[in-house]
Design a protein around this ligand. Structure first.
Ligand code: NDP
Ligand code: PYC
Length: 330
């Protein structure tokens, strides 16, 4: 492992993206996304993704100079056309208009389309919770996951993220793939020669396997929790494609040139003003009582707590040598 200061990670990532064709705004937003992932210890969606970002710039599939365009479709519906760029700039640009709309209407949603998402979703829900709003986000990917009982990949690893504001404290935020394991983690297991637990996926013949290569090369991933996780993956697929007018995971694959970079796709983001929804300010203490019980329970912890502990540390963070070698070779 190498040690890097947070500022150095940002400068390194931004320079690389600019070197391969991003303008300043797109490079900075995408570098911020990778940097916050490294800062919080979300390694499968930090610098690990740089190689894919660069490959998609090199192949000309992603627009490194995208200028996302925001449209107000209805008093509580925003649309952002991502101009075929990376998702982070579109996400940063939708933040203020979505907050403003949610404060005015009580609830609002944003459909982001024509972007390439290769990141974790907690940054977008946390930034809304930091503004005092309850938030949800989902995105599709490429067909990696079979519906329960099936053997054919149809869903992306389809993450869903949720954040709840806690005045005076970091927000509660969970962010999870609807597959048993995020694809990035299966790839890291393959890179490091480690088996994955049973239940992560099946091989090309439909057999259970712990071999990450057999899952990634011709096999399929499985949803967490059997048919229940499969239903969540389905919901995420519909919210992030049909509802917002974007491609499904299968359609994103058809539009992909196989360069190893992020697929084209969309993101569904929803925000709710808890004071307007509950009719007062009691929601904060009421919700906090539930969260505090979990924090104080032996053996339990809040989702997101690991990241917030990492975030509070000062000094350099560890970055995988293998990731840095791969970036150097680009
Ligand atoms: P994990 O399984 O690592 O974690 C999922 C959630 O559970 C996190 O909020 C985590 O919090 C929480 N958690 C983990 N362990 C515990 C525990 N013991 N008690 C309570 N909560 C716990 O995440 P995934 O591997 O499923 O996903 C990783 C990332 O991959 C996500 O950020 C996701 O957005 C991203 N992803 C992106 C995709 C895309 O298309 N862009 C596709 C699929 C995934 P904590 O972080 O604090 O551990
Ligand atoms: O880790 O499953 C994943 C993933 C897919 C797209 C981006 N991340």
């Amino acid at each position: 492992m190498a040690k890097m200061e947070i500022d150095a990670i940002f400068a390194f990532a931004k320079t690389k993206l600019e070197q391969f064709g991003c303008d300043e705004a797109n490079a900075a937003a995408t570098a911020r996304t990778m940097t916050t992932a490294e800062r919080d210890g979300s390694h499968s969606h930090g610098l690990f993704r740089m190689a894919g970002y660069v490959k998609s710039l090199k192949s000309g599939r992603v627009n490194g100079k995208a200028l996302p365009k925001i449209t107000i479709a209805a008093p509580s519906i925003l649309r952002v056309d991502g101009d075929e760029g990376f998702a982070p700039l579109a996400l940063e640009m939708m933040r203020e208009p979505l907050i403003e709309m949610t404060r005015a209407q009580g609830i609002a949603m944003c459909g982001i389309t024509r972007t390439h998402h290769f990141a974790a979703l907690w940054p977008e829900v946390e930034m809304l919770a930091d503004a005092g709003l309850v938030a949800m986000a989902t995105t599709q990917a490429m067909p990696y996951v079979a519906p329960a009982g099936g053997r054919e990949a149809l869903f992306g690893t389809n993450p869903q993220a949720f954040a709840w504001p806690r005045p005076g404290k970091p927000p509660l935020a969970f962010d999870q793939a609807s597959s048993t394991m995020a694809r990035g983690d299966v790839m890291i297991h393959r890179r490091d020669g480690q088996p994955v637990p049973m239940g992560v996926g099946i091989d090309k013949d439909g057999n259970d396997t712990t071999d990450p290569a057999a899952i990634l090369d011709g096999g399929v991933q499985l949803a967490f929790g059997g048919y229940k996780g499969s239903a969540i993956a389905l919901m995420v697929e519909l919210l992030s494609s049909s509802l917002i007018g974007e491609r499904s995971s299968a359609e994103a694959k058809a539009a992909h040139n196989g360069d190893g970079g992020p697929p084209i796709g969309g993101e569904f983001v929803m925000a709710i003003d808890p004071a307007l929804a509950s009719g007062g300010d009691a929601w904060a203490a009421h919700g906090d009582a539930i969260l505090t019980k979990i924090e104080n329970m032996d053996g339990a912890r809040l989702p997101g707590a690991r990241r917030h502990i990492n975030r509070a540390k000062s000094g350099p963070v560890e970055v995988s040598d293998k990731v840095l070698e791969e970036i150097a070779a680009l």
